[in-house]
Design a protein around this ligand. Structure first.
Ligand SMILES: [Zn+2]
Length: 314
C-alpha cells in the first residue's frame, strides 16, 4: 500500500489531491489490491507453492511450479472488469467521501464512464458495504428505534401506508448521554410485531435497552430479550424534536434530504442497498481518512456479483 505518511489529512475527509497521491496510478492500485488480498504472499490454489511470477504488468500471476495462473481481480468485486483499477478506486473515493452519496449520473461524469457503468460500479461497491455491515456486531446498550418511510413524510401523526413509499426501521445505538454510535437502517414489510421481532433478533443484542415511541409493534423487541422503554411522544413536528429521538430523527432527516437531493427516485428493490450504504458511511464518519482503504479492502474480500444478480434480487 502507498505510504500514507505526510499526506494531507483532515477530519472532514480525504482531499482529492491526497487521494490521487495515494491511488493515482494503475501500478499503486494493483500493489494496494495485491497487499489487501495476499499480504502474507500468494499461495498457489492448485499446488500450495509460494513462488509466483508476475505476468501482464501484475494483472496475472503464474505459479513457478505448476504454472497455474491467478488473476489479481479474480474472486473480488473487481473480477472481469474492463475498467482500470484507478477508475474503481476513484469510484470508491466518491462513494465514501460524500455524506449523501452520489448519483450515478454524477459519478459517471466524474469517472468519465457512462451512467450505466457508473450505476453498476456503485451497486457492486454497495454490495461490499453491505457485506461489511452484516459482519458487524449487534447493536447493544441503549438503542433508539423509530419508524419512517422512504419517499414519504410523517404528517399529522398518521402512519398510513402510501403507495410508492418504503417502510423502514431506523435503529441507533447511543451512549448513555444519547450521542449516536452506530446506525442500522432496515427496510421492513410493515410496522408489524413479527417484522420487529425478526429485526430485533438479528440486530439487537439481548439485554439492550430499546427506546421507542408508543407504536404498537415495538413491544415485540422483548421477544429478542431486549428491555423495552416506550415513550409517549405525541406526533409530528413536536415528536421529531423530542429529546430521546433527536439522533434518530436528525439522521433520518439527513438521509431523506440526501436521497431527495441526490436521487430523484429510489426503487423499493434497491432501497435496502441505499440505506445500508448510508449506514456504512455514518458508522465510519470518524474514519473518513481511511475509509477508501477500508472499502477497497471490503471489495477485495467480497465475491463478485454479476450484473444479472444485482438487477434481479428484490
Ligand atoms: Zn502451483
Amino acid at each position: 500500500m502507498a505510504a500514507a505518511e505526510g499526506l494531507q489529512r483532515s477530519i472532514g475527509g480525504l482531499s482529492e489531491a491526497a487521494f490521487r497521491e495515494r491511488f493515482g496510478t494503475e501500478e499503486v492500485c494493483r500493489t494496494a489490491l495485491f497487499e489487501m488480498r495476499w499480504r502474507e504472499g500468494l499461495t498457489c490454489p492448485a499446488c500450495g507453492h509460494h513462488g509466483f511470477c508476475a505476468l501482464n504488468t501484475r494483472k496475472l500471476f503464474q505459479c513457478n511450479r505448476c504454472k497455474k495462473q491467478v488473476r489479481l481481480t479474480a474472486g473480488t468485486v473487481f473480477q472481469d472488469t474492463k475498467l482500470p483499477l484507478t477508475v474503481w478506486f476513484t469510484a470508491i473515493y466518491h462513494l465514501t467521501q460524500s455524506k449523501g452519496g452520489i448519483s450515478s449520473i454524477e459519478l459517471g461524469r466524474r469517472l468519465g464512464v457512462t451512467q450505466a457503468t457508473a450505476w453498476l460500479l456503485k451497486h457492486k461497491l454497495m454490495r461490499a458495504m453491505a457485506e461489511r455491515e452484516a459482519k458487524k456486531p449487534k447493536l447493544k446498550g441503549r438503542v433508539e428505534i423509530d419508524d419512517a418511510y422512504l419517499g414519504g413524510e410523517r404528517s399529522g401523526g398518521k402512519r398510513g401506508r402510501a403507495a410508492g413509499k418504503t417502510p423502514l426501521v431506523a435503529a441507533v445505538e447511543t451512549t448513555p448521554e444519547r450521542k449516536p454510535r452506530r446506525l442500522k437502517l432496515t427496510v421492513v414489510k410493515g410496522f408489524r410485531k413479527k417484522e420487529v421481532e425478526k429485526l430485533a433478533k438479528r440486530d439487537f443484542a439481548p439485554g439492550s435497552n430499546v427506546v421507542s415511541d408508543g407504536l404498537s409493534c415495538w413491544p415485540a423487541v422483548a421477544k429478542a430479550g431486549c428491555d423495552h422503554f416506550p415513550m409517549v411522544t405525541g406526533s409530528g413536528q413536536q415528536a421529531a424534536r423530542w429529546a430521546p429521538f433527536r439522533w434518530v430523527n436528525t439522521t433520518l432527516g439527513n438521509i431523506k434530504t440526501a436521497i431527495a437531493g441526490t436521487y430523484h427516485h429510489v426503487s423499493a428493490k434497491h432501497a435496502q442497498s441505499y440505506l445500508t450504504s448510508f449506514a456504512y458511511r455514518f458508522n465510519r464518519r470518524y474514519q473518513l481518512d481511511s475509509i477508501v482503504e477500508r472499502l477497497a479492502w471490503a471489495a477485495a474480500h467480497t465475491m463478485p456479483h454479476p450484473y444479472q444478480i444485482i438487477t434481479a434480487d428484490a
